[in-house]
Ligand binder design. Structure first.
Ligand SMILES: [Zn+2]
Length: 208
C-alpha cells in the first residue's frame, strides 16, 4: 500500500454519519494526511441535532487534516431515507471531483443498516474508477465480532492521539463512543500486526 502514501495521493473516505470515519478510520486518515495525501471525508447524512453535529464533524475533520463534505445536509436524515440511485449519484460526483487513488468506506459486514448501504453505494460509484478500496467497521464492538475484518492492518502508532482527539470532537456523541474502547481495540489490532496501535481493514481492491 506504500504507493498510496506518496505525496499528493488522493484519499476519499465515505462515512454514513458524523463520527463514523473518526472511529473507524481516523488513525489511517490522519496518518495519510500527515504524510502529504489530500484527504476528503464525505459524510452522507446527519440523523439529528443537525447544527451541533455539523460543527462537530467540521472539528473532527480539522483534527484529522481533511476536507469535509456533508452530502445530504438540508434536513435530518438517515441513509435509508435516501433512494439508492440518489445516493450513488452523489457518490459518483464525489468520485469524479476527487479522482481518488484510495477509497475508504464502511464494510458490507457492518451490522448498522445505514453503514451497509454506504458500502453498497461506494462499490457502485467505483464501477469505472481504478482505485484501491478498503473497508472498515465503525465500532470496536462490531470490529471484535466480525470475522471478515482484519485482512489488512494500518499502523496508526503515530496518529493514535490524533484519532482520539478527532473522536473527542464529537462531544455530543462521546458518552456512547467510549474513547478507551477505541484505544483498546487499536492496541489489540497492533498486537496482532506487530506495532503499537493499528486499525483493521478489509482489502476489497488493492493494486500492488
Ligand atoms: Zn453511523
Amino acid at each position: 500500500m506504500n504507493r498510496l502514501l506518496k505525496e499528493n495521493g488522493r484519499v476519499l473516505a465515505f462515512g454514513a454519519h458524523p463520527d463514523d470515519l473518526e472511529v473507524g478510520a481516523g488513525g489511517l486518515l490522519a496518518r495519510l494526511a500527515a504524510e502529504g495525501a489530500e484527504v476528503t471525508m464525505a459524510v452522507v447524512s446527519i440523523p439529528n441535532n443537525t447544527d451541533v453535529r455539523r460543527a462537530e464533524a467540521n472539528a473532527g475533520a480539522d483534527v484529522i487534516g481533511a476536507d469535509l463534505y456533508i452530502l445530504f445536509d438540508e434536513k435530518p436524515l438517515r441513509v435509508e431515507d435516501i433512494p439508492m440511485h440518489e445516493l450513488v449519484r452523489k457518490f459518483d460526483h464525489m468520485v469524479g471531483d476527487v479522482r481518488p487513488d484510495l477509497v475508504i468506506t464502511h464494510s458490507a459486514h457492518d451490522l448498522h443498516w445505514d453503514h451497509g448501504l454506504v458500502n453498497r453505494a461506494t462499490v457502485s460509484a467505483l464501477r469505472r474508477t481504478p482505485c484501491d478500496l478498503l473497508a472498515f467497521l465503525s465500532s470496536p464492538e462490531m470490529n471484535a465480532q466480525a470475522r471478515a475484518i482484519g485482512q489488512c492492518f494500518a499502523d496508526i502508532s503515530t496518529t493514535m492521539e490524533t484519532k482520539i482527539s478527532a473522536i473527542s470532537a464529537h462531544a455530543s456523541q462521546v458518552p456512547k463512543l467510549d474513547l478507551e474502547s477505541s484505544r483498546d481495540l487499536a492496541r489489540a489490532m497492533g498486537r496482532i500486526s506487530g506495532c503499537q496501535y493499528a486499525e483493521a481493514y478489509e482489502a476489497l481492491r488493492v493494486r500492488v
